[in-house]
Design a protein around this ligand. Structure first.
Ligand code: SF4
Length: 114
């Protein structure tokens, strides 16, 4: 197996190539730092993403939110649906937990809204 990826860990966007004979051990080239190797191996075994979005409050105001850790990539759409269904109340401060344990992550506010 050979897979070409663009590293999304930092703005450099290095072009990575991952090769594996057995889908258990992976060789990564193209990375210019160790984080790229970790990213590429995770992407081939257990891809994850941090979700950033907005939630609409009961008062109708949009508030920026994100997951406090990465979740499985195949759960991102369902996570977005749950965020869209939530209606927290104001005031909201940066770091407030809006929703708990959504696929192992909390949804936290990233802005202050009174
Ligand atoms: S390999 Fe390192 S330098 Fe390159 S994009 Fe990934 S994190 Fe950035």
């Amino acid at each position: 197996m050979t897979r070409n990826l663009t590293c999304i860990v930092c703005p450099m966007g290095c072009s990575l190539t991952v090769t594996s004979e057995d889908n258990k051990t992976f060789t990564v080239t193209g990375n210019t730092c160790p984080r790229g190797e970790v990213y590429a191996k995770n992407e081939c075994t257990n891809p994850q993403r941090t979700v950033t979005s907005t939630v609409r409050t009961k008062e109708g105001v949009l508030v920026a939110v994100k997951t406090d850790r990465a979740i499985a990539k195949d759960k991102v759409f369902e996570c977005m649906e749950r965020i869209n269904a939530a209606r927290p109340c104001l005031p909201i401060a940066v770091g407030d937990v809006i929703m708990k344990d959504i696929f192992g992550a909390n949804i936290v506010a990233t802005q202050n809204v009174k």
